[in-house]
Design a protein around this ligand. Structure first.
Ligand code: MN
Length: 285
């Protein structure tokens, strides 16, 4: 299934270049009251909902994709876990470019560990990126996004892929500077997820997906997830050795070489094989 959120918090099933509005199928989701659960209710119930979503799509009107404004496919991620320096050629470019490293030693992923981005930074492609600290470099990073489907607590490499609900395209936007990553990458709108999520059963091999990014049509990043230093099972296993990954948590797997600045007025187009493409406009906050 390809599931999107669009417009006024509608849920859609993507079929080719049309979307079926299947929001009505969500009526079986538990109605939550305070305190709210730590997992995203849609993702936590996704397998149970699947037959209802597919049934609802049969009678739902079709809307062309081009007419829709896409939101983040995950509405309430509990945490955004992100891998720094997880492509070899990106480490190389970071080490030679003072505009990236800011006189800090660029550690390997083993040394740097994973970092967290504020969930308030999450938007969908239709919301765009609002640049803050425009006097500094603000860089794009295209990444494969992994949506966790089942609680993962100290899982092994072999178990890891079974905990994935879906995949999406991710942009890990970054203000360059001397501060901690968790601050510079948590600006409102600096985590773009979309344009929809593709359930794990439709991605045969997440370790062999082309990903690319252009700015105003100019090629900037182009690689394949086979170049990941820590692959997806290792990232999930490692992360879950520290904290439990919950349904709806999103893992950003790292960006390949070619990161570079964007400024208000730019349009980013990001593509991941097997998922699709999303256009994201950049403006001043
Ligand atoms: Mn990144």
């Amino acid at each position: 299934m390809r599931l999107c959120r669009f417009g006024d918090d509608r849920l859609g099933l993507v079929e080719g270049d049309i979307v079926r509005d299947v929001t009505a199928a969500l009526d079986v989701l538990p109605a939550h009251r305070y305190p709210l659960p730590k997992a995203d209710p849609l993702i936590a119930n996704l397998e149970r909902l699947r037959p209802r979503l597919l049934a609802a799509a049969k009678s739902a009107p079709a809307v062309p994709i081009r007419d829709l404004a896409f939101l983040s496919p995950v509405a309430n991620p509990g945490k955004i876990v992100a891998a720094p320096v997880n492509y070899k050629k990106h480490i190389d470019e970071a080490r030679v470019d003072p505009g990236i490293h800011y006189q800090k030693q660029i550690a390997t992923i083993e040394q740097a560990g994973l970092f967290l981005k504020a969930t308030s930074s999450v938007v969908g492609p239709s919301e765009g990126i609002a640049i803050r600290h425009g006097d500094r470099r603000n860089d794009h990073e295209v990444e494969l996004g992994v949506v966790i489907g089942k609680p993962a607590d100290r899982v092994s490499r072999d178990e890891a892929l079974g905990h994935i609900a879906a995949y999406c395209i991710g942009l890990d936007m970054t203000v360059r500077g001397p501060e901690d990553r968790s601050l510079r990458k948590s600006v409102d709108s600096y985590t773009v997820l979309g344009p929809w999520m593709v359930t794990a059963d439709e991605i045969a091999d997440p370790a062999n997906l082309d990903l690319s990014l252009t700015v105003n049509g100019e090629a900037r990043q182009s690689s394949n997830t086979r170049e990941l230093i820590f692959d997806i099972p290792k990232l999930i296993s490692w992360a879950s050795s520290f904290y439990t990954l919950m349904p709806g948590d999103v893992l950003l797997t790292g960006t390949p070489e070619g990161v570079g600045p964007v400024v208000p007025g730019d349009v980013i187009e990001a593509t991941v094989e097997g998922i699709g493409a999303m256009k994201v406009a950049v403006r001043a906050a």
